[in-house]
Design a protein around this ligand. Structure first.
Ligand code: HEC
Length: 163
């Protein structure tokens, strides 16, 4: 009788051990699964990041390539000089530099992109007055509604003269 009981006890122990093992291995499996998921998520987020970086880089290089074809008119020197003075008295240089990008595109690059003719001088003068974004992939240019169309045109004439 006693023998029997101890036999029962030991088989119970074995059973406990077995189920314990199973429980442990379930834990191990879920930990492994979790790690696996974590690694795949990390991997994909990193891959995404470098993709984004590539997109940003290609945007940066596109900025400077997108040259608009068109003919250049001759630029009257006096008007360009007036434009330069108007620009230095306005807030333009807080966001623009002549030959390197800053908050906005470099004036030199704007000159490279647009042909210096009446149509583009009008377009750019309007854009300076109303402000805006989207042409360069930069943030927004604030509007300059206090500027007259004539002054804005002179500014653009100066900018487009820096070829
Ligand atoms: C708050 C910053 C800021 C100020 C101040 C500013 N700009 Fe800009 N400017 C920008 C940004 C940003 C862009 C690019 C906008 C875009 O991507 O369309 C830009 C674009 C331009 C362009 C090109 C527009 C086009 O469509 O290609 C011209 C020309 C220009 N600015 C002239 C001026 C002049 C002249 C002044 C001064 C009266 C001035 N900006 C003041 C930020 C500024």
């Amino acid at each position: 009788m006693i023998k029997n009981l101890s036999k029962k006890n030991s088989s119970l122990k074995i059973l406990n051990l077995l189920t314990g093992r199973i429980a442990i291995s379930k834990k191990v499996i879920s930990v492994i699964l979790f790690l696996f998921l974590l690694i795949t998520v990390l991997f994909f987020s990193c891959a995404n990041k470098s993709e984004n970086q590539e997109q940003i880089n290609s945007l940066k290089s596109i900025d400077y390539i997108k040259q608009i074809p068109g003919k250049d008119d001759s630029i009257p020197v006096k008007i360009a000089q007036k434009g330069k003075v108007l620009i230095s008295y306005s807030d333009c240089f807080t966001c623009h530099k002549e030959d390197e990008r800053s908050v906005g595109p470099a004036f030199k690059d704007i000159a490279k992109r647009y042909p210096a003719n009446k149509a583009y001088i009008d377009y750019l003068a309007k854009k300076i007055i109303t402000g805006g974004s989207r042409s360069w992939g930069y943030p927004v240019m604030t509007p300059h509604s206090e500027l007259s169309m004539d002054d804005a045109k002179m500014m653009v004439t100066y900018i487009l003269s820096i070829k």
